[in-house]
Each structure stands twice: as C-alpha cells, then as structure tokens.
Ligand binder design. Structure first.
Ligand code: ADP
Ligand code: ZN
Length: 206
C-alpha cells in the first residue's frame, strides 16, 4: 500500500497517517517529523531547515527531496508506506513519481476557519510523538500514552496564518494525481475515528 496524504496543516493528516500505519503496519514518512528530529539533534540539515520552518515557509526542494530519497532507500519501505507532508509542490510530486508507483493520493479537506481553530489547540506528545489536541488531553497529558505535551512553535496563531498562505497545496499537484487516476478526497470530520472510517473505505479498495 503506497499512499500519499494531502491536506492543509490541521486537517488531521498526521493523526490519520498514524492510524493507517498502525492498522496496516506501514512506515509513516513525515518530512516535518524528519526535519524536527534533525533540529532536535542539531544536525546540519536541521539547522538549514530551521530557517524556513520558523518563518512558516517551505524548506527548499533539494533538501526535502534528499531526505525522502534517503528514507525510501530503507528496507521497511519496500512493501509500502504512508507519506504525510510530502509532496507539497509539483517538483516534489514528480520526483516521487520517478521513484515509486503510488496507489492513492488522498486529500483530507478542511475549511480555513476550522484549520485556525484546530491548530491553535493542537499539542504534540513528547512520549509517543503523536499530535493531539487540548480537548483530548486527560489531566493535561497525552490521552494515548500519558506523556507530557507541548505546543509546536509554528502552531502559534501568527505563524499559522502565514503557513496557510505560503503553504497552500498548489492546484497542479492535485491535477497531477487526478490525471493519473489516483486522486481521492474526503472531508475531515469532528472526530479522528469518523475521519478514519472515511479514509479506510478508500484503503480497503486498494
Ligand atoms: P504541518 O503540520 O504544518 O503540515 P509539517 O509537520 O508537515 O507541518 O512540516 C513542518 C514544516 O517542515 C513545514 O512548515 C515546512 O517548513 C517543513 N516541511 C515539511 N515537509 C515539507 C516539504 N515536503 N517540503 C518543504 N518543506 C517541508
Ligand atoms: Zn503520547
């Protein structure tokens, strides 16, 4: 199962990617997570990426594509994977297309107003790495593993707005996948379980 999840920040892409990977036992490839891990480890890549991430801008394609090439070369990607946050433009989509044959590119749609509402309440878990939400926490801790949570710097409201403007997925990426006949769209619901049911309808047919 070779899947790309598309959608604005806050659409629940990351959460849904985790759910798919759990159910189908696939590696979750999040370029954002890889950049954040590099940042935390203080690597050269992390330092370069940080300049862009802090501004809510996209990291340049050469850097982004190089981490994807590297990740795809690992053994666990042989039978499938779920991409989350990649591709974000046509150059990235074409590059990925040269490397693998995707089964589906699935857009998780969400209106702008709802995006801002959700992102300002999003928290990340230090324990399991999952994105979570202020309303889901149990006694202020991750509802899944009980870990401490934190707010991502780029989830502060001023950065959210500039990310939405600078990072709107270009229509040409959508058209690219439509032309290949692998494009699907669902609308994000108010719960992750309901959204996953919609998503799984599509996955079951692969
Ligand atoms: P979001 O939750 O906003 O979708 P991600 O966790 O996917 O964000 O990514 C965080 C940041 O990492 C982005 O704002 C961007 O700077 C950088 N990034 C992640 N994926 C890509 C990509 N495919 N191309 C360029 N930059 C990326
Ligand atoms: Zn957790």
């Amino acid at each position: 199962m070779k899947i790309v999840l598309l959608g604005p920040p806050g659409s629940g892409k990351g959460t849904q990617a985790h759910l798919i990977c759990e159910k189908y036992n696939l590696p979750h490839i999040s370029t954002g997570d890889i950049f954040r891990a590099n940042l935390a480890q203080g690597t050269e890549l992390g330092k370069k990426a940080k300049e862009y991430m802090d501004k809510g801008a996209l990291v340049p394609d050469d850097l982004t594509i190089s981490i994807v090439v590297d990740r795809l070369s690992k053994d666990d990607c042989k039978d499938g994977f779920v991409f989350d946050g990649f591709p974000r433009n046509l150059a990235q989509a074409k590059k990925l297309d040269e490397m693998v044959t995707l089964d589906k590119a699935i857009m998780i749609h969400l209106d702008d107003e709802e995006i801002i509402n959700r992102l300002s309440k999003r928290r990340m878990c230090k324990g399991c790495g999952n994105p979570t939400h202020l309303d889901w926490l149990v006694n202020g801790k991750c509802e899944k593993c009980g870990g401490d949570v934190y707010q991502r710097e780029d989830d502060e409201e001023s950065t959210i707005k500039s990310r939405l403007e600078k990072q709107k997925l270009p229509q040409d990426v959508i058209d690219f996948y439509k032309q290949k006949g692998i494009y699907e769209q669902i609308t994000s619901t108010d719960t992750k379980e309901k959204t996953f049911i919609l998503l799984d309808e599509i996955l079951k047919k692969i």
